[in-house]
Design a protein around this ligand. Structure first.
Ligand SMILES: *Cc1c(COP(=O)(O)O)cnc(C)c1O
Length: 393
């Protein structure tokens, strides 16, 4: 590790292989993976159908160029539009890159509609990525610190607060878009109120703004619907996807419909790698497997099972403030910072994460079985109980 830039405080473990919801380390220890590479490995590890499809694709074509037609890209775009009701897609390679595309779309839309200084309303505790513009849109001061000057064009307001959006627009007539996660991931598994999202939809329609939903973490069946916004029965103008789409092969995309469609033209945006045959094959195969194996329903059922399991196992434990989430996007909020639980869980052969200092975050693979779901509760609940009952340090 001596030659790696020091951007991660890494846990002392390296994995050699995996299968399903399990990862095996260099010493042969087996870990139950309740994080899935941060919502990436929806199909778990080494899914046989995905492995076979990717091997076949690698043996045929990995990359050509967006100078040419790419059939896998066209097919994946068709499928994503069928599932979302969007009408066009641009493929990149990550969540940040998808979100950069969405932000460029807002700006270009503004220029095309007499608003050359288009502002995007963004949310406190939002997470949109690490590139300069997505970082500027991200709520975390810790992530932004030291990276000024950041791109401008953002107005930050509290989440779940419609009046705050209206007030921001009253103060600045250049607003062109509202951008949010319907279920904040890095922000601590915060679920947007359905009425709030519906009211944002109406507001955007009235004002001619674009409603953009960042589904990078909540998309691809993780919440028990294909996309998290589908719980609110609104249709956004723009959505972005990434994490779960390629099952680990890097891919991200921005999708648009209605007023947001047709904004980009030849030469206005691009990418060398984005939308290549391998990544799009991974996306196509991922969607097919989720559908054919009923993984969306499984995400909903296993998520409900895990939340109920923790509610029972942690009932009456002072220090547990909330157990929340949707499908397999689950947060357990404690009343104090609990980062050390990640190492304790690792020692108990369970992979978890903590976000916002005090929210345990679980993002298990969509293939999680019923007994594995119980095992997550059985391994973690005693650690949480002991942690909460320990005298404050
Ligand atoms: C992870 C994440 C991103 C950034 O994706 P990267 O692939 O890390 O660039 C953006 N938005 C949300 C909601 C995320 O969870």
């Amino acid at each position: 590790m001596a030659h790696l830039m020091n951007t991660y405080a890494r846990l002392p473990v390296a994995f050699t292989h995996g299968r399903g919801a399990w990862l095996i380390d260099e010493a042969g220890n087996e870990y139950l993976d309740a994080l899935a590479g941060i919502a990436v490995n929806g199909l778990g590890h080494a899914h046989p159908r995905l492995t076979a499809a990717l091997a076949e694709q690698v043996g045929r074509l990995i990359h050509t160029s967006n100078i040419y037609q790419v059939r896998e890209q066209e097919r994946l775009a068709d499928r994503l539009c069928e599932l979302s009701g969007m009408t066009e897609v641009f493929f990149g390679n990550s969540g940040s890159e998808a979100n950069e595309g969405a932000l460029k779309l807002v700006r270009l839309y503004g220029h095309q509609h007499g608003n050359p200084e288009a502002q995007t309303v963004v949310m406190e505790r939002a997470w949109h990525g690490r590139t300069l513009a997505t970082l500027a849109a991200t709520g975390s001061e810790k992530a932004r610190k030291g990276f000024d000057p950041l791109p401008s064009g953002f107005i930050r307001v509290p989440y779940n607060d419609l009046q705050a959006v209206e007030a921001a627009a009253a103060h600045d007539g250049r607003v062109q878009a509202v951008w949010l996660e319907v279920l904040q991931g890095e922000g601590g598994i915060q679920v947007a109120d359905r009425d709030y999202v519906r009211a944002l939809r109406r507001l955007c329609d009235e004002r001619g703004w674009l409603l953009m939903i960042d589904e990078v973490q909540s998309g691809i069946a993780r919440t028990g619907r294909w996309f998290g916004y589908q719980w609110t029965d609104i249709e956004p103008d723009v959505i972005t996807l990434a994490k779960g789409l390629g099952s680990g092969v890097p891919i991200g995309c921005v999708l648009a419909r209605g007023r947001a469609a047709g904004v980009f033209g030849p030469g206005s945006h691009g990418t060398t790698f984005g939308g290549g045959p391998l990544a799009c094959r991974a996306g196509l195969e991922t969607l097919r497997i989720i559908e054919e194996e009923g993984l969306m329903a499984n995400a909903a059922a296993r998520g409900a099972q895990i939340r109920a399991g923790f509610s029972a196992a942690l009932a009456g434990v002072a220090g547990v403030k909330a157990i929340r989430g949707q499908g397999l996007m689950i947060g357990i909020e404690l009343d104090r910072p609990c980062g050390e639980l990640v190492r304790q869980a690792l020692a108990a052969r369970l992979l978890i994460n903590v976000t916002q200092d005090s929210v345990i975050r679980l993002l298990p693979p969509l293939v999680l079985g019923e007994r594995e779901a119980d095992a997550i509760v059985a391994r973690l609940a005693p650690l949480v109980r002991a942690f909460c009952n320990a005298p404050a340090a």
